[in-house]
Design a protein around this ligand. Structure first.
Ligand SMILES: Nc1ncnc2c1ncn2[C@@H]1O[C@H](COP(=O)(O)OP(=O)(O)O)[C@@H](O)[C@H]1O
Ligand SMILES: [Mg+2]
Length: 238
């Protein structure tokens, strides 16, 4: 069963060159997908189309709903953690009381409840990122769209949050599209990796990540992905 079907997506920003040219891909329920590729290849654009932010594209996107975390998602410094989490609900004029209970139960589940009334500046970078993720997860939609959520974090915090995210998506039974330019992060977090090839993007090069991947397999996979991103085999393949 597909949770997302994208067919023949074609897109350009006005007066610019095409970024997507008939790109198609599908995602199954509970699948964790990463998209990797060089800067400017169109990763954020794809996710914005799926999130319904870029509407001016050709092609078909079939999905129920998504929850989207932008590339530079920031908490508002003048609102408490709980108020920050409830911001999208306020904007949508949802049931604030009910959602506030839900937010608190998520905060509790992830050992962050004691920070509900703190302000962002009182939290570490890793904690703030967890809060942004909880805000994204709050929505009932099954498909999470996360645009480089860990890129600003140090290596240790990052590893910690990767584990946290894997655990969270599995507990909450979500599917995910995760954008990163870190190949190891993509291998760690995903069932399948979509690699951007030349521009305009018409087809991802796709890799399945074996379940209990060995170090040897991991090094081989990383090398293959890197060579595509760097375009080493551009003339061979095209
Ligand atoms: N609002 C915009 N208007 C014009 N060009 C844009 C806009 N947003 C992104 N671009 C361009 O589109 C291309 C793809 O951008 P983006 O999807 O952000 O790439 P990525 O996330 O892979 O780094 C880049 O060349 C970028 O400069
Ligand atoms: Mg981007």
């Amino acid at each position: 069963m597909y949770i997302l079907e994208a067919k023949n997506l074609t897109f350009k920003y006005d007066n610019h060159n095409y970024i997507l040219d008939n790109l198609s891909f599908n995602i199954q329920k509970n699948e964790l997908i990463s998209i990797v590729g060089g800067s400017g290849c169109g990763k954020s654009t794809i996710i914005k189309i799926l999130a319904g932010i870029e509407k001016d594209f050709n092609g078909i996107v079939q999905l129920k709903s998504t929850s989207y975390m932008p590339q530079s998602d920031t908490l508002l410094p003048w609102r408490t953690i709980l108020e920050n989490i409830l911001l999208p609900i306020e904007i949508k004029k949802g049931d604030k009381k009910k959602e506030s209970e839900k937010a608190k139960s998520l905060l509790k589940r992830f050992n962050l409840l004691e920070y509900s009334n703190n302000y962002p500046k009182e939290l570490s970078g890793g904690m703030k990122q967890r809060i942004s993720l909880i805000r994204t997860i709050m929505s009932d939609s099954d498909l999470l769209l996360l645009d480089e959520p860990f890129s600003a974090l140090d290596a240790i915090t990052r590893e910690d949050l990767q584990n946290w995210l894997l655990n969270t998506v599995s507990i909450l039974n979500k599917s995910m599209i995760f954008i990163t330019h870190d190949i190891d992060e993509a291998i760690f977090l995903s069932h399948r990796i979509f690699v951007c090839q030349k521009k305009p993007l018409s087809k991802f090069k796709e890799f399945f990540v074996p379940k209990n991947i060995t170090l040897e397999e991991k090094l081989k996979l990383r090398k293959e992905i890197l060579s595509i991103i760097k375009g080493d085999d551009f003339y061979e393949k095209n």
